[in-house]
Design a protein around this ligand. Sequence first.
Ligand SMILES: NC(=O)c1ccc[n+]([C@@H]2O[C@H](COP(=O)([O-])OP(=O)(O)OC[C@H]3O[C@@H](n4cnc5c(N)ncnc54)[C@H](O)[C@@H]3O)[C@@H](O)[C@H]2O)c1
Length: 320
Amino acid sequence: MSKLGVAVIGVGFWGKNHVRVFSELAETELLAVCDANEERAKSIGEKYGVEAYSDSKELLKRKDIEAVSICTWTTTHAVEAMRALKAGKHTFVEKPLASTIKEARRIVDFARQRRKLLAVGFIERFNPSVQRAKKLLSKGEIGELVSATAKRVSQWPERIGDVGVVKDYAIHEIDIMRKIFEDDPIAVYAKVGSLKHVKYEDYAQIMLTFRHGKTAFIEANWLTPYKIRKLSLTGSDAIMELDYLTQEIIVETSKRTTKPRYEWREPLKLELQHFARKMLKNEEPEVTGVDGLKALIIAEAAIESSKSDHSIRLNFDKLS
Ligand SMILES: NC(=O)c1ccc[n+]([C@@H]2O[C@H](COP(=O)([O-])OP(=O)(O)OC[C@H]3O[C@@H](n4cnc5c(N)ncnc54)[C@H](O)[C@@H]3O)[C@@H](O)[C@H]2O)c1
């Protein structure tokens, strides 16, 4: 099997995991790493026996690198993604695709123009519990899906200083709601606020309305002293609860509780393996640039709704 030559740009808290996974996958050959922090780049490069760069422009000159993953600060995603696409690399950008809608649009348009594949890191799509929940839903295990509630909370990871909890945390659930309902929301109403973070919101309650009266509710914050990542689905016949962390699923009717057991699998490994396989076949990945853009449009509308105290109508007709 031919391997995809890859490099990781930004090897901090999360990018280090990309490096490890790319070094483990049969589908990829890790060729280089880059971090603006020279020491960090060097130590990761040494650990994995690959070249280390402190400037992505130098790394991108290499012809053997076919794809890159961008795990830098969110506010630098746009510059780094445009650079990678311009250098002719297929590009995986960690979530959120960019820090603003405007930047995200530019990346999506540029990838199309350059005919390069663009993927966005909505990792929960690859969480086995989400994939099982989707299968159970399509088999009618809970009847007709009516509403969904997600909770993604923990203490503020202080390294995140360039976007608020809506674009950093809630955006995962925004994408999952689009996936679960297989539709785009038609309106958003939200309340967000800040208690500890000086610059951005650190708590948010977001309600999404879908067609046919279906609704989703997302609670995200950086205030809860421990980590909770849960999704609960209400159907006409039963409810389903899943825990993103343990990957457990429970289905309950009025008479029966079922808790199927499955082996835990690392979502990042599944996500990057999918990315590599798609790039090797030159096919669109599961999570496209448009998915990243739509999630940002919904996230910004949520923040705007909170400011204006009104629900915001959403229309994605012009985006495909
Ligand atoms: N999908 C997920 O579950 C998940 C989880 C964590 C973080 N993330 C995303 O990953 C990104 C990074 O988050 P983090 O927690 O690792 O942050 P971090 O601060 O730990 O790491 C970011 C690294 O990028 C480097 N950097 C910044 N700008 C750069 C540039 N222009 N060129 C090269 N290096 C640069 C920094 O020096 C730092 O080492 C964020 O966008 C975040 O939203 C995604």
